[in-house]
Write a protein of this length. Sequence first.
Length: 83
Amino acid sequence: MFFVYVLKSLRTREFYKGLTNNLNRRLIEHFNGESKSTKNCLPLELIHVEIYSSREKARKVEKFFKSGYGREIINEIDRELAR
């Protein structure tokens, strides 16, 4: 199983998109400031997760979320959560 996830910084309001095969471990690393890419963005909240059976498919979705249209979708997910 591979997980594509989106974190939101509650301090900077920026999003981080990632991929892992161990979601619990990776989230602990992010939330404890052990990830270089997000340690300056704490605190973080998990706003979205998708599960895939192959790394290739998960990587395509992660890349999509980092694209222009993918960022629009993440913004829409965030707006829905704020309601």
